[in-house]
Design a protein. Structure first.
Length: 297
């Protein structure tokens, strides 16, 4: 091989290497600044004959994993609240990780979060549970209370709407933190459900919703007791290349991480979340909120 040929090969290698670096750089920049912006509304129609007639067309907005202070700050948060209200929801649920354990909140941050959440309009109610990041933050309980959300950690409520037959909404706090396990926390709720299983009366809830942060724990909570389970935590993988799928699968979302699973008669929906965790990148997976419309026929 003569010298010109050697130079030509070296030039080609440099060009190829430069192209690869540019492609990788472009993907990283896109994932950081474009992939983490915007907001997708994912709409789902859910049909279940157990839903009381008075609740026909029930609208639920599901938000999760905001991780305030990372890619979501006041400006983005304000737009999210506006988008939620445009859906005119009956119920709004927050399935954990409103906050991020790595971010210290200032008084202004806390004020902004409360003011934002307080502006969310829901004709029936607003409900929240903790994620593992929220567990690390003492401010969480105050923020939830002051923003007119109901803290549904390890408890339940009966909801009525223009009729005598209620539906039930229950919540389970994060299972990656704390000393109580999922079975113990869900026990009082399941005891109530067991007590009404044979009831034919219309004044007991036959349609039941459960809020859960880490979806893998459904195997420990008798998920068959619930018609609809709404979860978060997985971010649906956060980075999800075509043909490859979810890249980031955190503990608590190794088995269940996609958008939807049909578990016999139980529907499991997992939010892809709004913010980011660990790495501030999103690829093929924009921030999103879920919008459910529930009917009985």
């Amino acid at each position: 091989m003569d010298i010109p040929e050697k130079k030509s090969l070296k030039t080609k290698i440099i060009i190829i290497f430069t192209i690869i670096i540019c492609i990788i750089g472009s993907i990283l920049l896109y994932s950081r600044f474009i992939g983490t912006s915007g907001l997708v509304i994912k709409e789902y129609k859910i049909k279940n004959s157990k839903l009381p007639e008075s609740f026909y067309g029930l609208k639920i907005v599901h938000i999760s994993d905001i991780h305030y202070g990372r890619t979501i700050t006041k400006r983005e948060f304000t737009k999210i609240i506006e988008e939620i209200n445009l859906q005119k929801p009956d119920i709004v649920v927050l399935t954990g990780d409103l906050l991020d354990k790595s971010k210290t909140l200032s008084k202004d941050d806390i004020k902004n979060i409360i003011e934002g959440l307080k502006k969310i309009n829901a004709t029936i109610g607003k409900y929240a549970i903790t994620g593992e990041h929220d567990f690390e933050k003492k401010e969480w309980a105050t923020i939830i209370k002051d923003s007119d959300f109901i803290n549904l950690n390890d408890t339940y409520e009966l909801i009525y709407k223009e009729g005598f037959e209620p539906i039930m909404i229950a919540g389970l706090s994060t299972n990656l933190k704390g000393t109580k396990n999922a079975k113990d926390k869900i026990a009082p709720i399941n005891e109530y459900i067991d007590s009404i299983k044979e009831a034919q009366e219309t004044n007991v809830p036959h349609y039941k919703i459960l809020l859960l942060h880490e979806p893998d724990y459904i195997s420990e909570i008798t998920y068959q007791n619930y018609d609809l389970i709404l979860a978060g935590h997985s971010h649906n993988g956060q980075v999800t290349p075509p043909l490859i799928g979810a890249i980031i699968k955190p503990n608590g979302a190794k088995k269940y991480y996609d958008e939807y699973y049909s578990l016999n008669s139980t529907d499991l929906y997992i939010s892809s979340g709004i913010g980011t965790t660990k790495l501030d990148f999103r690829l093929f997976n924009h921030p999103s909120i879920n919008f459910y419309r529930i009917v009985n026929k």
